[in-house]
Each structure stands twice: as structure tokens, then as C-alpha cells.
Design a protein around this ligand. Structure first.
Ligand code: ATP
Length: 199
């Protein structure tokens, strides 16, 4: 299966781009969905997390309390490492299964942390959505009603624009309207169909 890895900073337009591949019949595997799936009630990872951090990490109905967990590992690198060592292999396994089950001409793996988690190893080609920091802030704040400091702190925890662009095979500069974005996706779609045929 020919896999296109899609990444970009917060609010860069990953979902806007992946929706437009999906509209062309291309299956999209989402690393954010994987990260939620592996800690659903009944999953072994949730049991390990509850044993390790205590029941305070669960909501009343037995779901993972993400805010509580984030607060717990935020200022504790060792606990964060423990959590990542638990979750990353499970997330990778979930992604690998979804990629293997895909039946479209090629498949898009969308991940905000494609490089940071080495999910890039699943991909044949890397597509980066790039926008200026100003646009990133403006669109994310308009979407999430977050203040500037919150968005900036997330941006600071992600790979820098330069790092991402350095590793890109293809780049969409998402600084115009959605019609322009769609035209970029159409062009790349044609290239990926050809690449998948030749792979
Ligand atoms: P996150 O990392 O937070 O999941 P993302 O990279 O998936 O974000 P999107 O949600 O696709 O980003 O885009 C951020 C916001 O900007 C959304 O509200 C989206 O509709 C809007 N947006 C994206 N591209 C454009 C564009 N070219 N013109 C106008 N608005 C856009």
C-alpha cells in the first residue's frame, strides 16, 4: 500500500487537506483517532494507566480523564516517558492495521507528530501543510476559542516549521482560500495516483 504521510502544525489545515483527499475516495488514517482508540474502556492500556496513576485518572463513567492525565505528566518527564512507552507501540500497531486494511488507490496517514513519533516510517511520501505563524494563530484561535498564549504553547511543543519543511517531499502552502487549497490537493492526488501505480 502506497502511504502518504500528512503533517503540519496546529491549525495549519491538515483536516482541511485530508477531507479533500477523502472526497476523492482516498482512505484517511488519523493518528489522533488512534491515540484515542488505544485508551478506550476495555483496552489494556487504560487498565495499565489506571494501575500506574490511580483511579483519579478516570472519569466517573470509567473513561480516561485526559485533562487529569495531561496535568499529571506535564511537569514530570519520567512519567511522560512511561506513558509514551506504553502508548506509542499500541498507537503504531493500530495505525499499521488500518493501513494494511485500506483498499483505496493509496492511503493518507494524517499525524500532527509524524516525525516526533517516527510514524514517518510507515510512509512512502511526506506532505507538509505550511502556513505562517500569524495565520496558524488566527485560524486556530477562531476555531477553538483558545487565547494566543495557549496556542503558542502548543506550537512551541511541536516541531518547528523549518524542521518539517526540511523533511517534506511535497508542500502545500495554505495561505489562500479553500478553493485554492482544493486545486493543490487535486494536483497532488494525480501525482500520488501515478506514484501508487508505479510503486
Ligand atoms: P489541528 O492540528 O489543530 O488538528 P489542522 O491542521 O487539522 O489543525 P484545520 O482544522 O484543517 O487544521 O484548519 C484550521 C482552521 O482553519 C479550520 O477552522 C479550517 O476550516 C480553517 N482553514 C483551513 N484552511 C483554510 C483556508 N485555506 N482558508 C480559510 N480557512 C481555512
Amino acid at each position: 500500500m502506497f502511504v502518504v504521510g500528512l503533517t503540519g502544525g496546529i491549525g495549519s489545515g491538515k483536516t482541511a487537506v485530508s477531507d479533500r483527499f477523502a472526497a476523492r475516495g482516498i482512505e484517511v488514517v488519523d493518528a489522533d483517532v488512534a491515540a484515542r482508540a488505544v485508551v478506550e474502556p476495555g483496552q489494556p492500556a487504560l487498565k495499565f494507566i489506571a494501575e500506574h496513576f490511580g483511579k483519579v485518572i478516570l472519569t466517573a463513567d470509567g473513561q480516561l480523564d485526559r485533562a487529569a492525565l495531561r496535568a499529571r505528566v506535564f511537569s514530570d518527564p519520567a512519567e511522560r516517558e512511561w506513558l509514551e512507552a506504553l502508548l506509542h507501540p499500541r498507537i503504531s500497531e493500530w495505525i499499521a492495521e488500518q493501513l494494511a486494511a485500506a483498499s483505496s488507490a493509496y492511503v493518507v496517514l494524517v499525524s500532527p507528530l509524524l516525525f516526533e513519533t517516527n510514524q514517518v516510517r510507515f510512509t512512502d511520501r511526506v506532505l507538509v501543510v505550511d502556513v505562517s505563524e500569524e495565520l496558524q494563530l488566527e485560524r486556530t484561535m477562531a476555531r477553538d476559542k483558545n487565547d494566543e498564549a495557549q496556542v503558542r504553547s502548543i506550537m512551541a511543543a511541536q516541531a518547528s516549521r523549518e524542521e518539517r519543511l526540511d523533511k517534506a517531499d511535497d508542500i502545500i502552502v495554505n495561505d489562500a482560500d479553500l478553493e485554492t487549497l482544493n486545486a493543490h490537493v487535486e494536483e497532488l492526488h494525480m501525482n500520488y495516483l501515478a506514484a501508487a501505480r508505479n510503486a
